[in-house]
Design a protein around this ligand. Structure first.
Ligand code: SF4
Length: 76
């Protein structure tokens, strides 16, 4: 799952950092740091954080990651 935070919306409430501290970190008073790639173990925390964000700044991309495409040789 991929994660994007709309930093124009984010007001630094730090709800997300509280709910998913392994993914979101407050850096100073307003700057939010986050890791865009969310592993399975953090999935639920991140979804909670997204739901809890007062300004809905956390956007989740639930597109499944594709396995590396390797078997595509054509012609010959
Ligand atoms: S909960 Fe929302 S507004 Fe608060 S720091 Fe996280 S993304 Fe920003």
């Amino acid at each position: 799952m991929r994660l994007v935070v709309d930093l124009n919306r984010c007001q630094g409430y730090a709800q997300c950092a509280y709910l998913a501290p392994d993914v979101f970190t407050m850096h100073g008073e307003e700057a939010l740091l986050y890791s865009p790639q969310v592993g399975e173990t953090q999935r639920e925390n991140v979804m909670r954080a997204a739901a809890a964000c007062p300004v809905q700044a956390i956007l989740l991309d639930q597109v499944e990651e594709r396995a590396a495409e390797g078997a595509g040789s054509r012609g010959g």
